[in-house]
Design a protein around this ligand. Structure first.
Ligand code: PLP
Length: 346
């Protein structure tokens, strides 16, 4: 059965007509703007931002090599996750399948929308078992959410396994690629044209160093992007964010340098962590963080916290017994972390 988007979109979303803003009806320049009840003073922030983010999307399109009509921009990836659920999942009827462990936001967004979330465990080595996910699908499954590289396990998921899900599932396969820049891998960008049910999530929060401006994106077919755009808040990306993002992506060399440094630092952290006698296992990382199992995670966590070093305790998470998640910091921060760990009483 070929994928049919019209079969999975919520009927109320098909039927609604979107809010039409003044700037949707008119977008030109050099005129006197008396159409949006804005304050004429306090230029330029007195003006509403471009609801369709045309300039920014054009630049991101160049960057990714993806046409602008395949890009949705959100107030963080968080917004894209929420809108995908709202557009395609009927509260208390539809369900979502995701991997376990993974990013906590999928569960929060699903619960907010009263959508049951079915969790399917990764294999013990954190690899993806496509069959296990496909076996969990029922008639009400609308979305399968994956995360590659996955948080908190740090590994890329196998492309063949992910595409097997896309091929054999009649709902949306959403793959969160927030950490893809640190993986040396292009992710599934080139597979989008072959899979009309594939949605990729990317973000400016990690490699681009822009977590504070809240800018994330969904990349998918023109039809899916149109649906998300129809139900978003009209001015979801504020003017300051659009301008700051434009300024930052005008020079991608800075981001590339940051990514290179972070990967080098990750490699150094990995080899130094491996020398600690109380480290039981250090997992390979395709991201900007390292997941490691200690003989005494809670004690290590508390010890570091006393020294003002905050890492993430993931020891209560499935398959992550006694594991801490450590973000790769700046070189001096990583040196300090290693210094404290090497001089710890453990
Ligand atoms: C950090 C992170 C994000 C980023 O979310 P934003 O809302 O874009 O800041 C997305 N997905 C995962 C898995 C993350 O860890």
């Amino acid at each position: 059965m070929p994928f049919d988007l019209s079969k999975i979109i919520r009927p109320n979303i098909v039927n609604l007509s979107p809010y039409s803003s003044a700037r949707d009806e008119y977008s030109g320049s050099g005129s006197i703007l008396l159409d949006a009840n804005e304050n004429p003073f306090n230029d330029p922030v007195n003006r509403y931002p471009d609801p369709m983010q045309r300039n920014l999307k054009a630049k991101i399109s160049d960057l990714l090599g993806t046409p602008p009509n395949h890009i949705f921009l959100g107030n963080g990836s968080d917004e894209a996750i929420d809108l995908l659920i709202r557009a395609f999942c009927v509260p208390s009827v539809s369900n979502i399948i995701t991997i376990d462990p993974t990013y906590g936001m999928y569960e929060v967004s699903a619960a907010t929308n009263d959508i049951p979330l079915i969790r399917v465990s990764l294999n013990a080595d954190f690899s993806l078992n496509a069959n296990a996910l496909l076996n969990a699908v029922n008639l009400n499954t609308r979305i399968i959410m994956l995360c590659s590289p996955n948080n908190p396990t740090a590994n890329l998921l196998d492309r063949g396994e992910m595409l097997r899900i896309a091929r054999n599932f009649n709902g949306l396969l959403v793959v969160d690629e927030a950490y893809i820049d640190f993986s040396g891998n292009n992710g599934l960008l080139e597979d989008l044209s072959a899979f009309p049910n594939l949605v990729l999530l990317r973000t400016f929060s990690k490699a681009w160093g822009l977590a504070g401006i809240r800018l994330g994106m969904a990349i998918a077919s023109d039809e899916i992007i149109k649906i998300l755009s129809k139900i978003k808040y009209p001015y979801n990306i504020n003017r300051l964010t659009q301008e700051y993002a434009l300024k930052t992506i005008a020079d991608p060399s800075k981001k590339e340098k940051w990514v290179k440094t972070i990967i080098e630092e990750r490699q150094n952290l990995e080899s130094e962590l491996d020398k600690l006698p109380f480290l039981l296992k250090r997992y390979p990382s395709d991201a900007n963080f390292i997941l490691a199992r200690f003989s005494n995670a809670k004690e290590v966590y508390n010890f570091l916290r006393e020294k003002g070093l905050i890492v993430r305790d993931r020891s209560k998470v499935l398959l992550c017994d006694n594991c801490l998640r450590i973000t790769v910091g700046a070189p001096n921060e990583n040196r300090l972390l290693l210094h404290e760990l090497k001089n710890s009483p453990f």
